[in-house]
Ligand binder design. Sequence first.
Ligand SMILES: Cc1cc2nc3c(=O)[nH]c(=O)nc-3n(C[C@H](O)[C@H](O)[C@H](O)COP(=O)(O)O)c2cc1C
Length: 148
Amino acid sequence: MRMVSFLIAYASWSGNTKEVTELIEQTLKDEKNTVATYRIGVGPIPDPRQYDAMLIGTFTWDHGSTPAEVKDFVADIGYKPDNVYVFGTGDTQFGGDDLFCLAAVKLARFYESRYAPLKIEQSPRGKQQQPIIDWAKGVYTHWKHLHA
Ligand SMILES: Cc1cc2nc3c(=O)[nH]c(=O)nc-3n(C[C@H](O)[C@H](O)[C@H](O)COP(=O)(O)O)c2cc1C
């Protein structure tokens, strides 16, 4: 199996989504893939066409809203790439299960992602690390199946 190239574009203000990104990045690299990360809103926008697959990570804001910079990024990309995988962080204290990580859920729907979005409560440290690693390995497995 050849190396798969992943782009991880993520938005993070207080660092939770960034930490999840780093763990996903490390997991995909451990599986011998190449990974480029892009912090949404910082620097030139990458072209997803240069990668085999794109992951997007977002936190949720303001009653289930998608951060403005994530919406801008999606609009700037200008098309819906295949094989988009979505993960997010959130906090159930801001509106319970209905609003929890809703930005990630909405993005996955928008991209018609065929892999369930990952939802992480606040910081990924501790017992949430293993689900993140499992999800990232699942992304790679899913991609391989699609391209077998
Ligand atoms: C004003 C405010 C509103 C928020 N609203 C939601 C929400 O509706 N749903 C949710 O799941 N999390 C909500 N959160 C929690 C953040 O999404 C969560 O803290 C996230 O991990 C922050 O990501 P970051 O550290 O990458 O910036 C809210 C946080 C703040 C400060």
